[in-house]
Write a new protein. Structure first.
Length: 259
């Protein structure tokens, strides 16, 4: 349920006082989830405020309610909305959704041609991303900027990422591609019969992976949610077992997680 008294706006230098509180909550929240994010200092948060690349949420009495910031990678071809955090006292009031919407709009304003992406283990965040137009993708579709991937070193699951040769991990990769959205918004052809549509969505007799992925995610989020939980279970189990995979087990997992 959204709280109408919460203000969500672009952060400024006037918000420096919240920087330490924000970074402390980022770290404690990551530990509680058993995951990790790139560690940031209060000075880095202040820099994002100075650059106009951060969004903050405040309660009616000026209490810090939530925060998120923008990072650009790969010569500004990719943009990440990073460090999303909500004050525990304000959770359950739609703060995360409001922040994600505003930081997404800010990213589009500052980097209109960039692909916006994120890595997350949170199903609630995945759902919000989906509503904004993001789609789940493979890691190979994200930035290859080494500085971005260095940020994963502080995550407790970094060993899984390296064991999978940076092709997969517990996080789900999601991407908003403005070029794809422009195609979607282009004038549509007249409606066709079912058999004609079936032919169009096939490429040389095979439905494209992108179409299958897009359709399955949009129409059955619950199924995707179960799949994600199973993926986490398997990857964490493999880590406990030392990552040993042989024969059919290796082939099965490669097929399951390489989409």
């Amino acid at each position: 349920m959204e709280n109408q008294d919460i203000i969500v706006r672009v952060a400024t230098a006037d918000d420096y006082e919240y920087a330490t509180t924000i970074t402390d909550e980022m770290e404690s929240s990551a530990k509680a989830r058993g995951t990790g994010i790139a560690k940031r200092s209060p000075d880095y948060i202040k820099l994002k405020m100075d650059e106009g690349k951060a969004v903050i949420a405040l309660g009616a009495n000026g209490e810090w309610a939530g925060f998120c910031y923008i990072e650009a990678w790969g010569h500004e071809k990719f943009v990440a909305n990073s460090g999303l955090i909500v004050n525990p006292a304000f959770r359950g009031h739609g703060v995360a959704k409001s922040i994600k919407k505003r930081i997404f709009e800010l990213s589009r304003e500052k980097y209109p041609d960039a692909k916006i992406f994120g890595l997350t283990t949170g199903l609630a965040v995945m759902k919000i991303n989906s509503e904004l137009g993001y789609e789940p993708v493979t890691y190979s579709e994200l930035t290859d900027d080494e500085e971005f991937w260095k940020g994963c070193r502080s995550c407790v699951n970094f060993d899984i990422l390296t064991a999978k040769e940076r092709k997969n991990c517990l996080c789900t990769a999601m991407l908003y591609d403005p070029a794809d959205k422009e195609k979607d918004q282009a004038p549509k052809e007249p409606e066709l019969a079912g058999s004609e549509v079936a032919e169009i969505v096939k490429l040389n007799g095979r439905e494209t992976a992108a179409l299958r992925r897009k359709r399955s995610f949009k129409t059955n989020f619950k199924l995707f949610e179960r799949w994600m939980r199973y993926k986490r279970f398997i990857l964490l189990k493999l880590r406990k077992e030392g990552g040993a995979m042989v024969g059919k087990k290796r082939f099965f997992l490669f097929s399951l997680f390489s989409w």
